[in-house]
Design a protein around this ligand. Sequence first.
Ligand code: UD1
Ligand code: CA
Length: 405
Amino acid sequence: MAKPTAAIILAAGKSTRMVTDMPKVLHEVCGRPMLAYVIDACRAAGVKRIVCVVGYKKDDVIAAFKDEPDLSWVEQREQKGTGHAVQVCRDALEGFDGHVLVIAGDMPLVRAETLDLLLKTHERETAAVTIGTGILEDPTGYGRIIRDEYGNLQGIVEETDCTPEQRKIKEINPSYYCFDKKLLFTALEEIKPDNVKGEYYLTDVLKILAQRGLRALAIRAVAPEEAMGVNSREQLAEVGRIMQNRIQRNLMRNGVTIVDPPNTWIDIRAEIGQDTVIYPFTYIHGRVRIGRHCAVGPFAYLREGTELKDDVVVGVFTEIKNTGIGSGSRVRHLSYIGDATIGERVNIGAGTIFANFDGRQIHRSVVGDETYVGNGSILVAPITVPEKQHIAHGSVVRGERDGKA
Ligand code: UD1
Ligand code: CA
């Protein structure tokens, strides 16, 4: 991209239809807040400067992204509409010149490729504004794209302001915009809240620019699923399902077998190596790393901080959290392992429990290479079991804290 690009992500609204005390954009989709996907898509499209507009419970939103210090946050105190939301970013983009992408924070299915296409077209055509549009069988709820008889973009009309004829239009505005920065902010000064909702609409900027004879483009670049915003819990689940399919497809392309995709749930942050098989009803949540040639499930639950090296077997009804397991180790049945470091070629017998919590604190356990832990054992943490030990079935093994080995 010859010109620098900034992005404004709109995330100030309080979502009434979600019926929630949380800011909408913090609701999780496959393990991450939906806003994270939008930010990542912008980054992957090469955007360096990202401004997020926040309002409702803004401190919670900002706190959720404290590890990404390059983001800028702008508060929109009152939600007076999408146009107003962009307007409040004026100071944050002071001195910036180039393209400005504007996108909503509640659309986690946005793909970087689509933003990239939008940006490239915008630049190539030296447009004042370029928007991506979608064609939907059921356009209910979306702003409709108005074109003249030559196909030129004239503007966008919100559903609540549509005539019965306009309502029938299936080309919709999914809210993917790319503007020339200066033209955007000068046009914003002209918008008025003269619509059914009494809000300042960003969409009115298009009409203003087009009427000035400037180049306003609308390209049909947005696939129906990318046009899906999350406005309700049903949509959250629907978007989650689509994202889950993407995650699984991606893993399968990289050589992971997923025996029963609809009955498997894998976090977007999980990494899984080639030739690993994930059996049905497995739930993987959090930053979980699984090596090559492992077998996981059926009915396994892997949580944050689980790391399985190569050739590890984790079987039925086994929960693992914050634990590393060395190559060749087996945890086949009915176990809980929390906060442990397990060596190589260790066998954890059926029904073994790592008692990691004493009611006040979490403690760690270590099990050395080639140790055999008998069925139904309880390892009371903190504990270190050396290598090549044989723990009898049904043992309760206490650590240093109790003065026993
Ligand atoms: C908007 C578009 C509509 C489009 C639809 C796609 C306008 C006027 N309409 O409508 O054409 O089809 O998105 O989903 O833009 N927001 C703020 N501050 C505000 C208002 C909104 O930050 O003052 C944020 C919301 O949090 C949300 C996004 O902007 O993330 C979109 O706002 P929303 O009210 O959902 O717009 P729609 O009515 O859906
Ligand atoms: Ca919306």
